[in-house]
Structures are given as C-alpha cells and as structure tokens.
Design a protein around this ligand. Structure first.
Ligand code: HEM
Length: 466
C-alpha cells in the first residue's frame, strides 16, 4: 500500500509514547513536518489541511465511520440502526435548531444571570466546574422543564464514570467486566431509568404537549414516525451528556483568554452594559446585540476547540488525498492544528476577536479551516444551544466582574478527552456599576423576543450546520 509520509517512531513502541507524552505538540510538529496528509504507526492517517479534513468529515457514514461510542456503539452499525439514528437526529433537530433555541434565550439568560451573580460571593472560582453545573441544570430544564428534578445530576455521574474509561490509553471492549466499566453501566442505567420514568409519567398524566425537548421528540413528523421509548431515552441521555461538557470547556477557554486580555474584557463589559437590560428579561433582541462578545467566543474556540481532533475509520478500501486506505485505517482530523495554521489565520497564536469582524476584513480562510463544531453528517447539533450559553455567560460574567488569574496557578491544556483548561481558577472582582445595581432574583421567564439573532454559525464549515 502506498502510505502517506510520517515519523518512523521507535522500532518496537512506534509513535505511541511520543503521542501520549504531548498529543497537541506531536500533532502540530508532525503536521508542520509532513504536510496535509501524513501517517504514523502503520494504521493511522492524519488529515491536517482544510480540504482533506473537509473530505473526511463529509464522507462520514459513506466511506468513513464515526468514532466507536462506548455507550451507544450499536447506533450506526447497520442499515436499521442508521435509519434509527437519522430519525432521532431529525426529531431532535426540531427542538435544537436556531429558531427553536432563540425562543429559549430568556429562560437560559435568567438562569445564567442568577447563577453568575452568585459566583462573585466566592472569591476564586473554578470556572469550568461552575459552568458544568450550570449547563447541566439547564440541559435538564431544556429537555424536561418541570420534570427536570427527576433527572438532574445523573448525567454528571455518568460523565464522571466515563472519564477514566475515555482517558485510558488502551480502549478495551465495553463488555469486559472491569470495575470502571461496571460503574459506567450503573450510571448509564440510572440515567436512562430516570428518563424512562419521566416519559412514563407524562404518558400517565396525559401531558404530551410540553414545550421542551422531550415534548418535541414525542411529536412524530410526516417523514419520521414516532420514536420508540428506547430511542427517545437514549437520545435524551446523549443530549444531556453533550450539553454539559463541551460548553463548559469552551467557556473555560474563553475566560482563560480574557484573564490575559483586560482590553477585551473592557470591550465586552461596555457592550454588555449598552445592550443588556439593567433588569427584566433578556430577550433575543438583546442577545443579537452581543456581537463583540460572540466574536470573542468564536476566537476562543479557534485557538482552543474542545473537540480538538476527530476520529474516523475507513469503512472499506478507499482513497484519500491520492493514497489508498485499507478497511479499518484510523483517520484523525486535528482541528486544533488546522485552526492554528498561519496560512489560514495570520499571526495564528494571537487572540484577536476582530478577526471575525462582520465587514469581511477578517481572514480569507478556506472552507473547513474553522471546525469547532465539525462538518458533514455528524455536525454538532448543539451549535446554537452552546453558542447562546457561552455568549450569554461571557457577557453576564464580564458585565459584573473583572477577571484575573489567581497568582501561583497555571493553566495546562488537557487533551485527554475534550480539550480543557486544567487548573483554571479565576479571581473575580465586582465592577463598580455592579455594586450599585440591586441584586435581583431573575426567576424564569417564558416568552422569546422578536429581534434577529446574530449569525453565529460556522461560516467556513460545511454550511450544513443546523
Ligand atoms: C462548545 C460547545 C460544543 C462543541 C465545541 C461541540 C462540538 C461538537 C462536534 C465537533 C461534534 C461532531 C463530532 C464528530 O464529528 O465526530 C458534535 C456532535 C454533537 N454535539 Fe456538540 N458541541 C458542543 C455543544 C453541544 C451541546 C450543548 C449539545 C446538546 C445540547 C451538543 C450535542 C451534540 C450532538 C447530539 C452531537 C452528535 C451528532 C450526531 O452524532 O449525530 N453539542 N459536537
């Protein structure tokens, strides 16, 4: 087989030890050395430029399979499970597309404002952990509204149980009766049982028209019939899991960059003061005005994409970039490397929200050079959901507080699962105008606004973003 060039590595251990020692550094260095498409350890190919990366992501489900999912591995194995996945995805999208999420802005903003105001009472805070608690609670509310308390927190237990499995350098089959696998099984069953109880409760009480994700999933469409209880359960459990992890890492990275850029904090604070109401509900119209804040989040996700590498495998013998790939060949797409490439983003390591100015003066990067939410058939379904959360959280936090790193602490990028700012602790100091403002309990409000939401999509991804 003609193979892409790549590092030979150690004669016995290959490149595994070098990769495990410094995954990000290894990917950056080898991509610089070997170019758009390279390989290591016989069965791994890396697609490190936008065109090849886009090709891999777009050919997912036809030529390349997605990563094997420890919990839902059967979901896309054959034609029947493919159909099931497609109808679950279509059903879920009705509740998660931008127009649906815009209606939730007042609710999300109210919950965020209440929680973030209280963060200031605690001095130095672990931002990622705080945001995880917040996004987890919001996830339950957006899925189950007033039944959320029946499920709340169980997905965090599942997430914690999954971490040691995902972090393990060797991926062992899930059927092996290891204590960590049993823990995942227990946590997953507890979560799915709780979701099942909510489904049953609503059926018994005849509540079929609730305005939450479960309510959306319960309504069949012309194209897709009703989902089975099992698929509904799995779909909601997977959504809850996704809802709390990546947004907290993305927000953590945004805050980390802000601690090093007081001038960006000042611009966000000014924008938030001008755009957000001093009291009362934050609507979609207010949210649309947070244009600089949204660009800041977008830039943080460029430098620090939580999904820093995509894993695929060749489903059959196929070609990529002129090379033949045998079935099972693993293909990695390191968005972290592509998004930090000076050919697409000049002065790439500089944190500069103005790269994304809407006047077109930003980078002329090619399609698929910016991939924080993926592209193609598996593109993130939570794009609007998470951008609303991260943008609002950033604006509300910086409106009320200045953010400083805590002396003596160091942030280390941890790529073991999602790329996370390990060790991030931030010192909050109340801004003067916050001290003057009465601290109100915002409560939860129901209605959406009427303004146009800013275009926060991924302009350079596939265009198929929801
Ligand atoms: C900063 C926040 C987020 C980032 C960076 C992110 C990123 C991604 C990426 C890159 C993928 C595709 C993975 C692949 O191609 O292998 C993905 C898939 C997905 N995301 Fe997100 N995500 C975020 C937030 C969310 C949220 C809040 C939700 C739901 C509430 C969500 C739900 C999903 C789902 C359900 C999929 C799987 C789609 C499928 O397999 O059909 N994501 N996400």
């Amino acid at each position: 087989m003609n193979r892409p060039p790549g590092p030979p590595g150690d004669r016995l251990a290959g490149n595994g030890p070098a990769y495990d020692r410094d995954r990000l550094g290894f990917m950056v260095e080898m991509s610089e050395r070997y170019g758009a498409i390279w390989s290591f350890d016989r069965h791994i190919v890396v697609a490190a430029d936008p065109a090849t990366a886009g090709e891999v992501l777009l050919r997912t489900n036809t030529d390349f399979g997605g990563e094997v999912d420890f919990l839902h591995r059967k979901q896309k194995e054959n034609a029947a499970t493919q159909r099931q996945w497609a109808s679950s995805r279509a059903a879920r999208m009705r509740g998660m597309r931008p127009s649906a999420m815009q209606m939730k802005i007042p609710l999300i903003a109210a919950r965020m404002a209440e929680a973030i105001t209280a963060w200031g009472d605690d001095g130095d805070i672990d931002v990622v952990a705080r945001m995880r608690t917040l996004t987890s609670g919001l996830g339950s509310t957006l899925c189950f509204s007033r039944d959320a308390h029946l499920v709340d927190g169980l997905e965090q237990e599942l997430f914690d149980a999954l971490l040691p499995v995902i972090r393990s350098p060797i991926a062992l089959p899930s059927w092996l009766p290891l204590p960590r696998h049993r823990r995942v099984g227990r946590a997953n069953r507890a979560l799915e049982r709780a979701v099942g109880r909510v489904i049953e409760l609503r059926r018994v009480e005849g509540r079929t028209d609730s305005d939450d994700l479960l309510g959306v999933l319960a309504r069949p469409t012309g194209r897709h019939g009703p989902l089975s209880d099992r698929v509904t359960c799995e779909t909601l459990a997977a959504t809850l899991l996704a809802a709390q992890s990546a947004p907290s890492s993305g927000f953590g990275w945004t805050v980390h960059e802000l601690t090093g850029h007081p001038e960006v904090q000042e611009r966000i604070a000014a924008e938030a003061a001008a755009v957000l109401p001093a009291s009362g509900p934050i609507t979609q119209a207010h949210y649309s005005g947070l244009e600089y804040t949204a660009r800041t989040v977008r830039e943080a996700l460029r430098l620090w994409p939580p999904n820093w590498v995509y894993a695929r495998h060749a489903l059959h013998r196929t070609t990529l970039g002129g090379y033949v790939l045998e079935p099972g060949t693993k293909v990695m797409v390191p968005s972290y490397v592509i998004q930090r490439d000076g050919r697409w983003f000049p002065d790439p390591l500089r944190f500069d929200p103005d790269r994304w100015l809407p006047d077109g003066s930003g980078p002329a990067a090619p399609q698929y050079a910016y991939l924080p939410f993926g592209a193609g058939p598996l593109v993130c379904m939570g794009l609007s959901w998470s951008l609303i959360e991260m943008t609002l959280a950033t604006a509300l936090l910086v409106r009320d507080f200045t953010l400083r790193p805590v002396p003596g602490t160091t942030v280390v990028p941890d790529p073991a699962r999602e790329l996370t700012p390990s060790g991030l602790t931030v010192r909050l100091a109340a801004r003067r105008d916050r001290r003057a403002r009465p601290r109100e309990r915002t409560g939860v409000v129901a209605a959406g606004g009427t303004g146009r939401v800013a275009d926060f999509g991924c302009p350079m991804s596939s265009g198929s973003a929801p």
